[in-house]
Ligand binder design. Sequence first.
Ligand code: HEM
Length: 596
Amino acid sequence: MDKVEHALAFGWAHPILSAAALLLGCVVSYAVYLLGCAIVLPRLSPLRDLPGPPPESLLYGNVKRILQDPPGVPHIEWNDKYGGVVQYRGFFGETRLLLFDPTALNHVLLSNAYDYPKPEEVRGDLALILGRGVLFAEGEDHRRQRRIMNPSFGPAHLRELVPSFFEHANELRDVWKDLIAQGHSDEKVWKDEEKAQEYARTKPEGEALVNVIAWLNRLTLDIIGDAGFGYRFDAVAQHNNALGAAFSSMFSPRAAARKPTPYRIMLQRTIGFFVRKLPILKIADWVPNERFKQVREGFRTVQSESDKIIQLKMNDAVEKDGVESVRAGKDLIALLLKSTQGEGKAKMTQAELRGQLTTFLLAGHETTSTALTWTLLTLSRQPEAQEKLRREIRAARRKARSEGREELESRELDALPYLDGVAREILRLEAPVSATVRHAGKDDFIPLGTPVRSRSNPDRLISSIPIKKGQTVFIPILAVNRSKKIFGDDAHEFRPERWMQSENAEGKKIEGGVGVYSQILTFLAGPRSCIGYKFAVLELKAILSVLIDNFEFSLRDPDFEVEHRSIIVTRPLVVGEETDGNKMPLRVRLAKRDEE
Ligand code: HEM
């Protein structure tokens, strides 16, 4: 027997070597299969004739550009260059469809929303992070859950929540006033030790340096806890909270510091694939990947805090003899608890109840605090806009006081034109959720309002896109919101006046958009649009009215550069200080009151 024969015979005979050979064979076959996909799939795609950018890589298509650029930037460029519908390449030859055309968006998000569910991997991640709440649900399950919860988000119930928004905003106001009196600087407001010392030496009187994003996070957590679940987190009062910290570790600091690369995303997806496909192995519980560890630990805290709230509220219900009396009728927690005791279609399972709590706690606070953070940054960069807003708010508050009320009512918040313009403009330009994604649940045709030219034959116009089941459809929320075609040449500028000058029906709608709020896509559109959007807008206005009335905000330093970084929500990082994680250090002073 020669050496090779011997080695082979030994190899087959030895179980460890056989297993290794089998594994290697599988890995090589899978790699060959993926390479084959990367070469063959684009040639077979029904979308191959649509316009779009050339792929940068066989393996990861155009993904690197999307990961490396600020959110929305490549999409805006492709929209300008190729029109209302664009095809681009994902991993291993996958062709993705990018929609800007309002007729096409309407088809996917409104008229056929349930035929375009979230992709399985997105739902898997959601289940892993937030449990099986309404963000995870699809089809009939989703309809049922929305029906149960909708009454909590109607205008009448929202009006009742406004005093709670003010109560918590005023608590933050008082804490910040104390910080100013102490001349306080929050942790990590400076990265550069020299600058920190220079600031300490020349520190102006009557100023605090505040990492506003951390405080706004605590504030909106307190609000969703109280307004949604009648539960007090006291995150502002205690200057911290376990749940807030858990969400932060899942979505912000360390994870956000490094820019994602195609290879890291590929690794995470591969792990995610095995987590979903082999649930019995509970891979998510032991995989040593840093990101998984953060999510895993965060998830445990979020689950235990949610269970605490459910238990407390159940005990309340028993004591008060029925869930109706937890707090009058339409409170989200009252509706949820009641639905777990319902029958048939109106029933919510215990797992769904738990999922709703984690979903609302996250969706209901991280998004709004991020929008508020971008607002304070924008107003710090534009002091005239800040002053104009302050004048409007103070006039309204003076009037309310002259009528014997300390706070504005929801109708007054809605009637302030500049505050309304600022809210709409921030939510348009700095949409906290910059994109979302859907999968075609069946073969379909997506109609286009404006046809595009075929790549292979520029004389041919395409007015309907053939869709195969499983096709990924990318909804570029931020890029649509910044579209020059819809908003004109100044689409990238913060100009609240654009909403005050609009002349059509409600004076607030922009022609050519499809979103549920002012035709912008920030809260999406259709049956899967944000259930809490009116809550969020009212909350944002109430908080701004308190903060802008009381404080003047300005930049920590003039050479302050801020980058947008998305992990589900698009938050700020200070350039050069990325390892501090998401932060927004601003100078906060008491606003002068000489005109009163
Ligand atoms: C500025 C603040 C907010 C923004 C930008 C925002 C944005 C969004 C977006 C884009 C979606 C759709 C996600 C998708 O399907 O891919 C969504 C869904 C959702 N949002 Fe919001 N949201 C905000 C505030 C809130 C608040 C305050 C609440 C709760 C009180 C909330 C609760 C939800 C829930 C439960 C869903 C899932 C709806 C469904 O799938 O039927 N959101 N939000």
